[in-house]
Design a protein around this ligand. Structure first.
Ligand code: ADE
Length: 255
């Protein structure tokens, strides 16, 4: 458990997967300084008077684990927040909605019959939990942003914020049959998945290893169906950066 004085002085990390998702935050960053480490650009500076490090996880679980480890080991961050996009998997999780994660599971992890399907070997765990306090703040910030930012919700009538399980795997899920199969298979194993992406569970596992609290918000860019590969890039370019910026501004102002 970090001391309160450490939380004031150590930067909070804000992770995004892609440059397009980070762009809005970069525009707000005060006193930006770039540090290159582990073949990555880390941007130090202030957002809303708080010291922050902005970083890209890149795509996939291994890349995300490297960035997360570097943030903790090299930059001494004691809290990590991830903003990005995800494919909607759960019933009623629509493009334009936001999902704030409660916990993560790796949908492509299968060391059976040595270990139960989805369990992370030698951890004795299948799900990795997000920090309740940071997640509650992120949930509030997401609700506030959707309610008060008409430009944000523009084009997504009835957009709402969900809270629940996200599944990560090293695969872009882009087929209606595949996403239905994945949802049903996981539900049968007791995992009711709201959304699918490619990094969160790795960030969660590294954060658990180091005892670093973290929280994740993902805007739904596609339904992981046959048009996911078309919806994803246009959403990321047009909308994701704005969502991240508005939600993180509110989140930091309440921290
Ligand atoms: N991130 C955004 N959409 C996704 C999808 N359909 N599959 C995996 N990761 C995603």
């Amino acid at each position: 458990m970090p001391l309160a004085s450490d939380l004031v002085t150590s930067p909070i990390a804000i992770l995004s997967a892609l440059p397009q998702e980070q762009r809005g935050l970069m525009e707000l960053l005060q006193r930006p300084r770039k540090v290159i480490h582990a073949s990555r650009d880390f941007w130090l500076g202030d957002l809303h008077g708080q010291p922050v490090v902005l970083a890209l996880s890149k795509i996939g679980k291994v890349a995300a684990a490297t960035t997360t480890t570097a943030l903790i080991e090299r930059f001494g961050v004691l809290r990590i927040v991830f903003t990005g996009v995800a494919g909607g998997l759960g019933h009623g999780v629509k493009v334009g909605d936001v999902v704030v994660a409660t916990d993560f599971v790796q949908h492509d992890l299968d060391a059976s019959p040595l270990f139960p399907r989805y369990q992370v070997p030698l951890y004795g765990k299948t799900r990795f939990h997000c920090d309740a306090v940071l997640s509650a703040l992120l949930f509030e910030a997401s609700c506030h942003a959707l309610a008060h930012e008409s430009r944000m919700a523009h084009g997504f009538a009835g957009a709402c914020v969900h809270q629940g399980l996200i599944a990560s795997g090293d695969r872009f899920v882009s087929g209606a049959d595949e996403s239905r199969r994945l949802r049903d298979l996981m539900a049968r194993a007791g995992h009711d998945v709201l959304a699918v992406e490619m990094e969160g569970a790795a960030v969660a596992q590294v954060c658990m290893d180091y005892g670093v609290p973290f929280a994740v918000m993902r805007t739904i860019s596609d339904r992981a169906d046959d048009s996911a590969h078309i919806d994803f890039p246009s959403f990321v370019d047009a909308v994701a950066s704005r969502y991240a910026r508005v939600v993180i501004e509110r989140f930091l102002s309440k921290l």
